[in-house]
Design a protein around this ligand. Structure first.
Ligand code: AMP
Length: 405
């Protein structure tokens, strides 16, 4: 077996997958890319290496396994294929079965299938990726890294819904949380930044990207997080509504004959920044629209970004309930890492908690630059830390593979 430290990380969706070949020790990406529109004749795979991008149309051979074959061919051409020590798969839902990452065998595949009912869009796609990778890389250990696993430490008071408890017992309906690898990674980095052991550190991590969630992390453990049984609860996101009164759904069904798939489409795809602004799901586009010549567009963007920021601030404030003390608030994800505007709006709502921002430091923390953005009077540090979910997956895959030897 290879002693190489290279791990292929696969993040498989129903019609796309992202991949990255990572050195699990240094975190360096040797190659990365994306296969899109799988299952369609216009499927395409794009591979990035050393800043160069190459795309290839997949034509009739447009299934996941075909795209993985193209990837294997490219790795071979580049001489990168025989040093792969493990393949790490991002798996969205591990239910209660997985409190940590796992080497994939028949039992693990069975358990991932068993929780698929809780994530019908995601887990079957993750399994397609696992099965295709098993065919393409026979003999290479495969590891599943779950988005939910980090949050399995949440206490019952945080994960139970206030509904008939038999729905939990019989159907597994409870809060699970997602973005676990990101919250884990930035909370570890925050402890390093604070020069404290993870054990004594209490932080609130705020992952703001297309998907958004807040997490309270105490002693290295997730105590509460804002995504729930599905990645729809909590904050307003790019196209997802986040929290709304469940009565709205009943009203739409009873009064306007919405069916389950219309509700699903409305809340998952047509809501959030896109739905409220009617302009875009993309934070950058909305920030640009703040200066649009059209007054209506300006107002729509302003309202959307204000609702978004206010809701994030409310979650941060409420998550102090889950902690013994607060060492830092940590921003990450595409918006959290780059948008000084959103961070400023959020922190402005938190002055009663004693959080204050240094605007010049805030402006500097962009484009992957980590750093503190609070001013000298702030009761608590506010830090921007770029997330690196691929590295967490690569490290877990390498560690478990080594332990299994
Ligand atoms: P992610 O899902 O983590 O890739 O984040 C995607 C989100 O980050 C999108 O809403 C982007 O508009 C947003 N984003 C990325 N860069 C910036 C930026 N410089 N300013 C504002 N938002 C940004």
């Amino acid at each position: 077996m290879s002693t190489n430290t290279h791990v292929l990380v696969l993040n498989c969706g129903s019609s796309s997958f992202k991949f990255a070949l990572i050195d699990s020790q240094s975190g360096n990406q040797l190659l990365s890319g994306l296969a899109e529109k799988l299952g369609h004749t216009d499927a395409i795979i794009t591979i990035k290496r050393n800043g160069e991008k190459n795309s290839l149309a997949l034509g009739e051979h447009n299934q996941h396994v075909d795209a993985i074959k193209v990837l294997v061919g490219t790795l071979k051409q580049l001489g990168l294929d025989d040093g792969i020590s493990a393949i790490g798969h991002r798996v969205v839902h591990g239910g209660e079965a997985f409190t940590e990452s796992a080497i994939i065998d028949d039992d693990v595949i069975f358990a991932i299938e068993a929780v698929s009912a809780l994530a019908p869009l995601h887990n079957p796609a993750n399994l397609i990726g696992i099965k295709a990778a098993q065919v393409a890389f026979p003999g290479v250990p495969q590891v599943a890294v779950f988005d939910t696993a980090f949050h399995q430490t949440m206490p019952a008071k945080a994960f139970m819904y206030g509904i008939d408890k038999n729905l939990y017992k019989d159907k597994g309906i409870r809060r699970y949380g997602f973005h676990g690898t990101s919250h884990y990674f930035v909370s570890q980095k925050a402890a390093e930044w604070l020069d404290k052991s993870t054990k004594d550190t209490s932080v609130i991590t705020v992952h703001l990207g297309n998907g958004c969630s807040v997490c309270a992390v105490n002693d290295g453990k997730s105590m509460d997080t804002s995504l729930g049984m599905t990645p729809l609860e909590g904050l307003m996101m790019g196209t997802r509504s986040g929290d709304i009164d469940p009565g709205v759904i009943i009203h739409l069904m009873k009064q306007y004959n919405y069916d389950a798939s219309q509700i699903d489409d409305l809340l998952n795809k047509q809501s959030g920044m896109l739905g409220l602004s009617q302009l875009s799901n993309d934070c950058r586009t909305l920030e640009d629209a703040l200066n649009d010549a059209d007054n209506d567009k300006r107002q729509a963007a302003q309202l959307t970004l204000e609702v978004f920021s206010y809701r994030v601030a409310k979650y941060i404030a409420s998550y102090t309930c889950a902690l013994t003390h607060l060492d830092a608030v940590v921003f990450t994800g595409g918006i959290g890492e780059n948008s000084s505007y959103i961070r400023n709006r959020i922190v402005k709502h938190l002055s009663l908690l004693g959080l204050t921002i240094d605007e010049s430091k805030n402006q500097q923390a962009r484009f992957g630059q980590a750093g503190a953005i609070h001013d000298s009077t702030s009761r608590t540090p506010i830090i921007v830390i770029p997330t690196n979910e691929e590295w967490v997956i690569a490290q877990d895959a390498a560690r478990l593979t080594k332990e299994a030897k």
